[in-house]
Design a protein around this ligand. Structure first.
Ligand code: PMV
Length: 314
């Protein structure tokens, strides 16, 4: 039997502009994870992938490449030169809400790739896992930048620029984040597509916004390097203002952001594709409970409090 886990993630700064080559910072969220477990099955069983939480059972031999779990399994088996339809029962679970900006698809795929590597006795390198997961992410996102698969496969904070190797990133001092779920599912493919249409209609204006977001990411990196939480929080809020101009915020997200700021957070913004999904607030640890209560009172479905760096997760 082989079992593997992968974390959720949030983007601290830089979403959407990252699709156009600007830098972004993303961090894993180990408080919410996906797992994959593989057990040997009798000869002739073939490979069956079950997701009991959503009552989905996929026979690998019969599934098309439009089925993400089948596609990632097939790609991984092929990359390892393994038999195309091994006699395996694969079971996946995820605590990560889908279409919420927490990287649920990337986490499920990453856990699955890692479990297959383990089951076949291979060492799983993050760069290889990330490349395999990227192929499946294209189904979820259309034109993904690659940030989700990278942060989830490395399981560490990253400084990310599209088509470049990620830089592993450490905060100078621990950062406390409250992550609130708006409860609204919003497919990233749609918001990325809408931003692309806006950019096509008015490239000069959009490229200026993307460049401003890129500059915010640079400044955020600097603030994290010196442990300046007040500046980092202000940068979150500036980033949010541009995301609003891009048309990817929503009244629900804005309500949550206002509530977090009112409760004393250093800064707050949506995280990920937007329109729904999650928002993040940077808070002093002493205010984490107060910020959490304010977010729940403002309609958050769920709040996760996580700490970013400076040490690696256990
Ligand atoms: O998966 P999400 O919703 O966190 O979005 C990923 C971030 C985007 O920049 C919106 C898209 C991308 O591919 O980078």
């Amino acid at each position: 039997m082989s079992s593997a886990t992968a974390p959720g993630k949030v983007i601290l700064v830089g979403e959407h502009a990252v699709v156009y080559g600007h830098p972004a910072i993303a961090v894993p969220v180990w408080e919410t994870v996906a797992t994959a477990t593989i057990t040997d099955a009798p000869a002739g069983h073939g490979c069956v992938i079950s997701a009991p939480d959503v009552n989905r059972h996929v026979k690998l031999a019969a599934a098309g490449d439009d089925e993400p779990l089948a596609l990632i399994t097939r790609l991984t088996l092929a990359a390892l030169g393994a038999a195309a339809n091994p006699d395996w029962q694969i079971t996946v679970h995820s605590q990560i809400p889908i279409a919420s900006g927490l990287g649920s698809g990337a986490a499920l795929s990453t856990a699955l790739v890692r479990a297959i590597y383990l089951q076949l006795g291979h060492q799983a390198e993050p760069a290889q896992i990330s490349a395999l997961v990227y192929a499946s992410e294209q189904l979820y996102h259309g034109t993904p930048s690659g940030i989700d698969n990278t942060v989830v496969a490395y399981g560490l904070p990253i400084w990310f620029i599209k088509d470049r190797a990620p830089e592993i990133f450490r905060a100078h001092q621990p950062l406390t984040l409250a992550i609130a779920d708006s409860g609204i599912a919003a497919p990233t493919k749609e918001t990325v597509g809408d931003v692309r249409r806006g950019w096509q209609l008015d490239p000069v204006r959009y490229e200026d916004w993307f460049a401003q977001i890129g500059a915010i990411a640079q400044a955020a990196r600097q603030a994290m390097a010196v442990g300046d939480r007040a500046t980092l929080g202000a940068l979150f809020t500036q980033n949010q203002a541009i995301l609003e101009k891009l048309g990817v915020s929503s009244p629900n997200l804005q309500r949550l952001i206002t509530a977090a700021l009112g409760a004393g957070a250093y800064g707050a913004k949506l995280s990920g594709g937007g329109r729904g999904g999650n928002m993040i607030a940077l808070t002093d640890p002493a205010y984490a409970n107060r910020v959490t209560a304010a977010l729940l009172a403002a309609g958050a479905r769920n709040v996760i409090v996580t700490t970013v760096g400076p040490a690696d997760p256990a």
